[in-house]
Design a protein around this ligand. Sequence first.
Ligand code: F6P
Length: 321
Amino acid sequence: MVKKIAVLTSGGDAPGMNACIRAVIRAGLQLGLEMYVVYEGYKGLVEGKIEKVDRNFVSDIINRGGTILKSARLREFKEESVRQIAVNQLKKHGIDGLICIGGDGTYLGAKKLTEMGINTVGLPGTIDNDIASTDFSIGFDTCLNTIVECVDKIRDTTASHQRCTFIEVMGNRCGDLALFSGVAEGVEMIITPDHPIPVDEVIETIKRMNKGKKKHTLIIVSEKIFPNIYEFANRVTRETGIETRADVLGHLQRGGSPSAQDRILATRLGVEAVELLTNGETGICCGIVNNKIVHYDIYEALELPRDKHIDLLNIIDLVNK
Ligand code: F6P
């Protein structure tokens, strides 16, 4: 049975990671285990940035955004020789279990460590919600609420000036942040990798909308769709005669105090991960499906198709047009 567990955060930070770290440490200590943290994700693991902690280490962090453990991305972790250094670092401390909070890349790293003799569990921590094995990842709900708050403000000025505004949101290659915020805001168009709209159609729709009583248009777009959203907004102004602006929300989307939903999800998942390790499970990842905590083998999880939320896409056509 595992006796010493460490936890790390990897990839882009997400609100709720701290709540998850807290749950892992507290649950582990409560079960009589020795608990450790690793700073700076897999990079810090390779560099030996490991520390033994007590319950006070995680006091007053449940409400804090970001990750107190810092995060990093380490491409070289794909190389077995680099991972071997990480394994040696863990062994030096006698750590036999590792909980890795992050996205798909983090999961893969965890699985590879399992194959090298370390017991691991992956937990979904990313604002992007791009992990197929969970309905929601830690950080998505907070980020969604941040976007909605921003778009509410952008709506005021867009309406006052009777403009068209494109709002570009994060998500990497996943459109969930755009889709969910677009539905929450009732915007005129939502453009995502799963719901692309040809440029000509975008321009024609803006023209048509402007002929109605309502003279302003809000459009939410996933990042990485337009190479330069500002240039595209200028083109729309030229081709429609309607003053058009673009706002890229950027990294403010990743910060802030986690929502109650994210704190609760993070806490449930953190406790589950510790229990799984103490029950002898390894190489798996946890998620929430239909409000139940579930777990999958990491390789299986990485093969699952992502939910494209057809139900929500249908809503846009019925309600927002
Ligand atoms: O994965 C989270 C995320 O915020 C993506 O939405 C975004 O594409 C990327 O990270 C940005 O990464 P960085 O902070 O390294 O620029």
